[in-house]
Design a protein around this ligand. Structure first.
Ligand code: DX5
Ligand code: ZN
Length: 233
């Protein structure tokens, strides 16, 4: 089932609750929150207090993408702030298995992310424990970048592995996704679609709806906020 996860990195933070509400009303079931520490990636974004506030304003799934060094230090804090899915970077963790266990110990879903230069095979040992694998289709750190074409082959490989090892897990793709290339990403096997600038740049409701309209026509079906499902599943 396809899930759209608008990345608030491109939202207007002065109107964050309103921007998120527009996505929710248009039907996006997830909100993607990018946490950057200025160390694992050059930029610094937001942290626990903002997630706590978002949690009070929406019932959407909070899909938290940690771009932070040594993530095990902050798993409890991000879980307590109200995250539903916590995704961390393979390249940032000393013991990825321990981070996954820490996320599960807090009753949250665990995601593992790999950067464009990291092969899918590096994530393979952890797949069985994972709820989601995140393939970065841009270098993590900034919104509004161009999709890296070689990501499509990585998505195909990851879909193949997930189907054989952990068929229930989600496959998320993040970076440079627009209505013009989302079908290619879905065809390759992704089912959780992150879109930042393509949702928050311009008319948020219309942009969200445009993605969902593409998704609902597909055989996988599409999840809407509120649990409504559209399309053939
Ligand atoms: C980049 C972030 C993305 C970013 C995507 O490091 O992980 O979630 O917001 O932005 P777009 O969709 O504009 O590429
Ligand atoms: Zn992200």
């Amino acid at each position: 089932m396809i899930k759209l996860s608008p990345s608030i990195l491109s939202a207007d933070f002065g109107y964050l609750a309103e921007n998120i509400q527009e996505c929710a009303e248009a039907g996006a079931p997830y909100v993607h929150v990018d946490v950057m520490d200025g160390l694992f990636v050059p930029s610094i974004s937001i942290g626990m207090p903002v997630i706590k506030s978002i949690r009070r304003h929406t019932g959407q799934v909070l899909d938290v993408h940690l771009m932070i060094q040594d993530p095990i230090r902050y798993i409890d804090a991000f879980a307590d702030a109200g995250s539903d899915i916590i995704t961390f970077h393979l390249e940032a963790a000393k013991d990825p298995g321990a981070v996954i266990d820490a996320i599960h110990a807090k009753g949250k879903k665990a995601g593992l992310s790999i950067k464009p230069a990291t092969p899918v095979s590096a994530a393979e040992p952890y797949l069985k424990k994972l709820d989601m694998l995140l393939i970065m289709s841009v270098e993590p750190g900034f919104g509004g970048q161009q999709y890296i074409p070689s990501s499509t082959e990585k998505i195909r490989q990851a879909r193949h592995l997930i189907d054989s090892v952990c068929p229930g897990a989600d496959l998320e793709v993040d970076g440079g996704i627009k209505t013009g290339n989302v079908e290619m990403v879905l065809d390759a096997g992704a089912n959780v679609i992150v879109a930042g600038s393509a949702v928050f740049g311009g008319d948020i409701r219309a942009n969200t709806k445009a993605f969902l309209d593409i998704a609902k026509k597909r055989p996988e079906g599409c999840l809407y906020y509120g649990g409504r499902k559209e399309g053939k599943i």
